[in-house]
Design a binder for this molecule. Sequence first.
Ligand code: ZN
Ligand code: ZN
Length: 239
Amino acid sequence: MDTSCPTADVMLVCRNGHVITERLHGCPDQALRHCDRCGADTLSACPTCGQQFPGAVAWPGPLPIGRPQPPLYCAQCGAALPWAPRPRPAADPLAALETLLRRLPLVVRQLRSRQGDRPPFRVEDEHDLEDLLRALLAVPFDDIRPEGRTPAYTPGRRTDFLLDRGALAVTVKCVRAAGDEPRLAAELAQDAAYYQARPTCRTLVCFLYDPEGRLPDPRRLEAAWSRQHDDLDVRCVSA
Ligand SMILES: [Zn+2]
Ligand SMILES: [Zn+2]
């Protein structure tokens, strides 16, 4: 008795996700170059890695009923296939970013309480904050480009993020002590100068992470520091 796994045939799908055949090899006469429902090109393998789409399995018994569904993601490389639904880009990127930033301290607090005796996730400095932000930005944004730079105000490297095809930049800062405003203002001026030199960047959002409430009047500070720097619109968000 043959106990090996039955081999699958190959599926042919149009670029809009209509399955042409699940038996490309078994029934080569069903191979169409264009979809007979929508006219789109057909393909039988992942455009990214070339892995063929698994088709019907030669299995004894009656054939399954109903139209087969194409895979949404390549099982080999994980790429989204052309017919996979794309996440809709945020309608108002700036509003989406501001909402996310204002809720970030809440997320950080939630990450501290873990199940059982697992160690809490902690945000101790700008690097922790950048890593958390990078992960959270993937929820509302498709295109997130990390912008590594070494500003004069820190010996270490900072990672900002460019969103909305580079039109929107976000940088983060931790408020470390009461009376930190002069340092933050000086850093913000350098950040603004850096992004003013980027012609695609129209808005810079500076996030001041202040979970201890060290800024005396954060709303007044936000209003004072949110202004035009030549062509660059700088917005300050404190939370
Ligand atoms: Zn089609
Ligand atoms: Zn692939």
